[in-house]
Design a protein around this ligand. Structure first.
Ligand SMILES: Cc1cc2nc3c(=O)[nH]c(=O)nc-3n(C[C@H](O)[C@H](O)[C@H](O)COP(=O)(O)O)c2cc1C
Length: 253
């Protein structure tokens, strides 16, 4: 959530105006986590010179990426923020804007404000415990995404699959429970569904595919995952996603 509520309100209106049907609101990014790999890989604003040189060398070794993404995909900016950040291509300027704009004091009252300013369904992303899941249901969210931001925020946060069953037990009858984090195959999706998730979302799996093969890569990943889900379901003896429940998990009998 940004401090400038006028800007947030404008973003919400624009999203609604172009037909976005649901709003996914991320709650685990009050401040940016300590991402030392970004520094090591030259992706942080204050990355050391050697790290930045290593990144430049990596880029030079991928001419196809330069042609298709760096040049073909230009301008590489956050389109939503281009009017707000003076030079959104510059990591330093972008980070400065994020640090100044992200509001770490956000509470459930701000989520009520979001709800009152958004006409469609709201999905709260970044929930990891039952109490927060209940609060999400109380304010009228239609769904939550159990997520630890792909392990990129709070080091030592629990894995999402480990907290999924108890959160489903707590609120599964009040809202839809989705999950992300570590989903790398269709079988992972089936496992999450067996533990009560209605659906899963993916992060790195589509990002890597996009970087490697563009749109085709992403559609391949989805096809592969679908196929893996079908194989897993066939081997479990279920023909319909509705039949995937805890009984398909080995109970140790
Ligand atoms: C490069 C990258 C950028 C991301 N940016 C955002 C973001 O801006 N907002 C957000 O809610 N989650 C963001 N995420 C987290 C993903 O939405 C998702 O929660 C996470 O990647 C799921 O874990 P997985 O990568 O293991 O599938 C990002 C993830 C990656 C890898």
């Amino acid at each position: 959530m940004m401090r400038d509520r006028g800007f947030v309100s404008e973003l919400l209106q624009r999203a609604q105006g172009v037909g976005c049907s649901a709003l996914v609101f991320t709650v685990d990014l009050a401040v940016l986590g300590a991402r030392y790999r970004d520094v090591r890989n030259g992706l942080a604003a204050d990355a050391p010179l050697m790290a930045r040189l290593a990144t430049t060398w990596q880029i030079m070794r991928h001419p196809r990426w330069i042609k298709n993404v760096a040049i073909g995909g230009a301008p590489l900016i956050f389109g939503n923020l281009k009017d707000a950040v003076a030079d959104a291509r510059n990591l330093g300027q972008f980070k400065q804007w994020v640090d100044g704009q992200f509001d770490p004091s956000v509470t459930w009252r701000d989520l009520e404000w979001i709800r009152d300013n958004w006409a469609g369904p709201i999905v709260i992303k970044g929930v990891l415990d039952s109490e927060d899941a209940r609060r999400a249901a109380d304010i009228g969210a239609q769904a939550i995404i159990i997520s630890n931001h792909g392990g990129r925020q709070l080091d030592s946060a629990p894995s999402t699959i480990s907290v999924l069953p108890r959160i489903v037990d707590a609120v599964g009858d009040r809202l839809e429970v989705l999950m992300d984090g570590g989903i790398r195959s269709g079988q992972d999706v089936v496992k999450a569904m067996a533990l009560g998730a209605k659906a899963c979302s993916i992060g790195k799996a589509w990002v890597y595919a996009l970087a490697a093969e563009g749109e085709n890569g992403v559609s391949d990943v989805l096809k592969i995952m679908k196929r893996e889900m079908e194989i897993t379901m066939a081997l479990l003896g279920v023909s319909n996603a509705d039949q995937i429940d805890r009984s398909v998990i080995d109970s140790g009998d």
